[in-house]
Write a protein that binds this ligand. Structure first.
Ligand code: NAI
Length: 329
């Protein structure tokens, strides 16, 4: 039997948490031979803790053989102690009266606190996936506040955007998602995100030979960018099961490999493609041996460059706001 891996999920009593924890327990994320010490973090208030204890009771009642232990706490220093994987889902939702800067500031506090806690007590090579929005910038904050940890390992979730694009393309091209390769979503998990079909193939043929440019530019790109709002309109709640599924995919591939296929992860830029170093930017990566490599040496056309530039501007604006907050923290 393998040694248990310590996995943290924050926002454990939230919607995504409720979809995510049971799939982690069932072995969907790390494989059915990998035992897990599950650490659930919630806000330090009576209702949140009561709710997370309820989720813990249900996890107990699943009797998952892979769950070696389950701990629910509101203390980040207890939760992150020796943690090797962290899914940072908990965050402050946007309320009607909030400007984007207010949302950034409210969430910055959470990720400053959790970054500092990880820096002090987590495994030095902890792999971090930030799901809570604005996820790219929250991942940047957590990394800045964890200077002693491996900076490469602070990632944010754009896999849901990739998965959404895959299905839209498969439906349009009358194919299956499994037949599609080399698709990526660049940039920020926000309105400017860029689902990129330039290199994509469907059953070995260029995707752009099978669909029209008009559909790609005027339908696909806005549909993917607005999919979150469309789900809220239809369901009355934001995406939860699909977000949890994407988080599972992201960590699964990072730890167990992507079999040579591209996967979209938002990772700290190394300066490739003119993306300023350190921005947490959605990019195509290939995962193997528990690590990821940014796909290199792609020739970018003007359309790609323009979309990437719009995402750089959006993320640089967010970074400027939170840099001030981090400086005071
Ligand atoms: P939710 O509101 O149902 O749950 C959030 C949970 O986080 C709550 O239980 C809350 O008490 C907890 N929380 C808040 N602050 C915390 C802290 N400091 N420590 C621990 N827990 C804390 O929200 P839901 O639907 O689960 O979504 C969570 C986040 O994921 C949101 O920010 C949402 O925008 C984001 N999201 C990101 C997606 C992506 O593709 N990157 C897709 C869908 C959602």
């Amino acid at each position: 039997m393998k040694k248990p891996v310590k996995v943290v999920v924050t926002g454990a009593a939230g919607q995504i948490g409720y979809s995510l924890l049971f799939r982690i327990g069932a072995g969907d994320m790390l494989g059915t031979d990998q035992p897990i010490d599950l650490m659930m973090l919630e806000r330090n208030n009576e209702q949140s803790l009561k709710n997370s204890r309820g989720v813990q009771m249900e996890l107990d009642d699943c009797a998952f053989p892979l769950l070696n232990s389950i701990t629910a706490t509101s203390d980040p220093y207890v939760c992150f102690k020796d943690a090797e994987i962290a899914l940072l889902v908990g965050s402050r939702p946007r309320t009607a009266d909030m400007q984007r800067a207010d949302l950034l500031a409210a969430n910055a506090q959470i990720f400053v606190e959790q970054g500092k806690a990880m820096n002090e007590v987590a495994d030095r090579n902890i792999k971090v996936l930030v799901v809570g929005n604005p996820c790219n910038t929250n991942a940047y904050i957590a990394r800045r506040c964890s200077p002693d940890l491996n900076p490469r390992n602070f990632t944010a979730m754009m896999r849901l955007d990739e998965n959404r694009t895959l299905t839209q393309v498969a439906q349009k091209a009358n194919s299956t998602v499994a037949q599609i390769s080399k698709l990526a979503v660049w940039g920020n998990h926000g309105g400017t995100m860029f689902p990129d079909l330039t290199n994509a193939t469907v059953a070995g043929k260029p995707a752009l030979d099978l669909i029209t440019e008009d559909w790609y530019v005027n339908e696909l790109i806005p549909t993917v960018a607005k999919r979150g709002s469309a789900i809220i309109q239809a369901r009355g709640h934001s995406s939860a099961a699909s977000a949890a599924n994407a988080a599972i995919d992201h960590i699964h591939d990072w730890v167990l490999g992507s079999n040579g296929e591209w996967a979209t992860m938002a990772v700290p830029s190394d300066g490739s493609y003119g993306i300023p170093e350190g921005l947490t930017f959605g990019m195509p990566v290939i995962c193997k041996n528990g690590d990821y490599e940014i796909v290199k040496d792609l020739e970018l056309n003007q359309f790609q460059k323009d979309h990437i530039a719009a995402n750089i501007r959006a993320l640089e604006e967010e970074r400027a706001i939170v840099d001030e907050i981090i400086a005071k923290a």
